[in-house]
Design a protein around this ligand. Structure first.
Ligand code: BEZ
Length: 209
C-alpha cells in the first residue's frame, strides 16, 4: 500500500552524509522536504541537489529541513557533493540518505519497477511538524522538479493551517485565498472580519495577511 496524505511518515534510522539520523527525531518541530533521486553522478539529479542547496535560506525561513535520498553509499554521496558544489556553484549542507540496499526507498514507495527495479524515481514528501504527510509528488527520472512549486505548496499549506483557508489554482503568496465550504457564512464573519467576495455560495474569496 502506498503512502497517502495524512499518513504518519514512516520513521527510520539510517546513515547519511551528516551521520546517522533517526528521521522523526531529526525533524523535531520542523517541516520536512524528503526527496529521492535515481542515482549519484547523474545530470538531472545534480541540478536538483544544487537547487535545493541554493534554496537553503528559503527552506529555513519556512522552518523546513531538506533530506535527499539516492540509492548509493555515503562515500559515493560525499564524492558527488563535491561535484554538485562545483558545477552548481553552491555549498550543499543538508543530509543525503545512503540507501544502497533500497530499504528506505521501498518503505516510501520510491521504487517504481515499471521505471527501474533498482533506482528510485523522483519522489517528494512534504511532512508537517506532526509528522503527517501533507504532499506527495512523483516525477519521472527524465524530468527535474520545479522548486518554485515545492516552495509554493509549502507556503499554501502553512498559510492554510494558520488561517483556515484554501488556495486557488496558480495561487502565489499575496493573492486572494478561498474560504473553505466547511466554514459557514456565520462562522466566516468571525474568522474573516475583512469580509469576502461571494462569487458563488461555494466560492468565497478573501485576502489574508
Ligand atoms: C539524471 O538524473 O540525469 C537521470 C537519472 C536517471 C535517468 C535519466 C536521467
Amino acid at each position: 500500500m502506498s503512502l497517502r496524505l495524512g499518513d504518519t511518515a514512516p520513521d527510520f534510522t539510517v546513515d547519511t552524509t551528516a551521520g546517522k539520523i533517526s528521521f522523526h527525531e531529526w525533524l523535531g518541530d520542523s517541516w520536512g522536504f524528503f526527496f529521492s533521486h535515481p542515482a549519484d553522478f547523474t545530470p538531472v539529479c545534480t541540478t536538483e541537489m544544487g537547487r535545493t542547496a541554493q534554496l537553503k535560506d528559503e527552506f529555513s525561513s519556512r522552518n523546513v529541513k531538506s533530506l535527499g535520498l539516492s540509492t548509493d553509499t555515503v562515500a559515493e554521496h560525499e564524492k558527488w557533493i563535491l561535484d554538485v558544489n562545483d558545477t552548481q556553484n553552491t555549498t550543499l549542507e543538508f543530509p543525503i540518505v545512503a540507501d544502497a540496499d533500497h530499504k528506505i526507498a521501498e518503505l516510501y514507495g520510491m521504487i517504481h519497477p515499471g521505471e527501474s527495479e533498482t533506482a528510485a524515481v523522483r519522489s517528494v514528501f512534504i511532512i508537517d511538524p506532526n509528522k503527517k504527510i501533507r504532499l506527495t509528488m512523483t516525477y519521472p527520472m527524465q524530468v527535474g522538479r520545479n522548486f518554485d512549486e515545492i516552495l509554493r505548496v509549502i507556503d499554501s499549506l502553512q498559510l492554510g493551517d494558520a488561517k483556515r483557508i484554501a488556495t486557488p489554482a496558480d495561487w502565489r503568496p499575496g493573492d486572494e485565498v478561498i474560504i473553505p465550504p466547511s466554514i459557514s457564512n456565520e462562522e466566516a464573519k468571525d474568522i474573516f472580519p475583512q469580509g469576502w467576495n461571494e462569487v458563488r455560495s461555494y466560492l468565497r474569496l478573501t485576502k489574508v495577511d
